[in-house]
Design a protein around this ligand. Sequence first.
Ligand SMILES: Nc1nc2c(ncn2[C@@H]2O[C@H](COP(=O)(O)OP(=O)(O)O)[C@@H](O)[C@H]2O)c(=O)[nH]1
Ligand SMILES: Nc1ncnc2c1ncn2[C@@H]1O[C@H](COP(=O)(O)OP(=O)(O)O)[C@@H](O)[C@H]1O
Length: 402
Amino acid sequence: MGEAPSIVVDDLQNEYPNGFDLKPKGCKTVTVIGDKTYVIGGADDEVESSIGVQIFDQSLGKWLKPTVLGNKPTLCKGHSAVPLNDDRILIIKRGSTPDDHTWFLEVDSQYVRELKKVLGTEVVAWSKCVIGNAEKPIVISGPSGVGKGTLISMLMKEFPSMFGFSVSHTTRAPRNMEKDGVHYHFTEKSVMETEIKDGKFLEFASVHGNLYGTSVEAVEQVADAGKRCILDIDVQGARSVKASSLEAIFIFVCPPSTKELEDRLRARGTETEEQVLKRLRNAKAEIEQGKSSGIFDFILCNDKLEECYKSLKKLLGLDGSISTLPKPACREVNLPIDHRVSKNDDKIIINCDTAGLEKASNNLIVLDVSSLKGGAPGRTRGLNFQAIDSFSDGLNSIDQLI
Ligand SMILES: Nc1nc2c(ncn2[C@@H]2O[C@H](COP(=O)(O)OP(=O)(O)O)[C@@H](O)[C@H]2O)c(=O)[nH]1
Ligand SMILES: Nc1ncnc2c1ncn2[C@@H]1O[C@H](COP(=O)(O)OP(=O)(O)O)[C@@H](O)[C@H]1O
């Protein structure tokens, strides 16, 4: 964020009379929610190639420097901004592709309020919007050696385009075959602690004597690749995620017996004797918590690997039931640079049939925001999308749509 805002208070008052939320000027929009005016785009920090955010607090009479969380939208040829429910601003990027045209800037959501308390600064968070009901992330926990990694690898191998792994940070040393950035981001403790303080982690915990954590970026990278995110985290981490605003499915994997767990851990041969003993001691408490804490939606016993994998696929709806069927393709619509955006209750209407434009094939696009789910950190899901050729569909006015 640049120190000096790119527009001054006088600009706000003179150029944007009150209620100016929907008016773009150049590459920036100005949206008022409560006492705060959000100037989105056109900021000095856009050299970073993402859309910047500046905030003017009318009650304090000064500009605030927000901490901006989440993967940020890349610069575009302008955008429209529509405030929703006083806690987020819908951003529609002009001239952008179907997978990138709709974003939310959360300004007062549960996540933003939590992070404001933690960081003690003004906070806003970006969350990209996915059209339709993308599946929730999956949290998998269980004691060391139970087979979590094995089951996750099997899923990713069988369904490579469906699942993506959330690459955690850890302060433990890499094992022989482990690659930095693939299995973990291997990190210095002091670096990780600073990043935790800066609000970059969705959750973190000390496990078997090392620090482990899931960065917001790790989860968003998977979501932005259009995949369902899998998190392999311990029970403390699962508890934190459950308490956060990230909606997920929670699965706990148990061993058939303590003896079998010990055998698997020793046979894997990746830990020192001291580490094996520590992991086995911790396993008892983890299994108790896994079974009784009420965090987990499903408990799987990993006795015979193939059977356990089958059960995992079944509970994820991957056993030939409905969710494995190809999803109906959403009509892919590129948003032209020239369009007008308006709001009517839960419907956002994008009118691409602006003066001077040739009739576009889809001249009205209606976004239904009535059943939004999720949000930062991660994606906002559940946006319904309807592209209509108002002429061929015989519609003469927007009123007929809503
Ligand atoms: N809370 C939390 N736990 C993690 C994270 N990444 C891994 N873990 C957990 O840390 C524990 C130890 O992981 P690791 O050292 O890879 O050994 P493993 O359990 O034998 O695979 C496991 O219970 C993992 O689920 C994370 O980002 N957050
Ligand atoms: N059902 C199973 N039966 C026998 N061995 C298993 C089974 N599941 C996993 N293993 C083996 O147990 C070891 C630990 O599995 P791993 O996936 O690394 O566990 P985790 O990720 O939970 O620590 C690995 O050597 C793996 O091949």
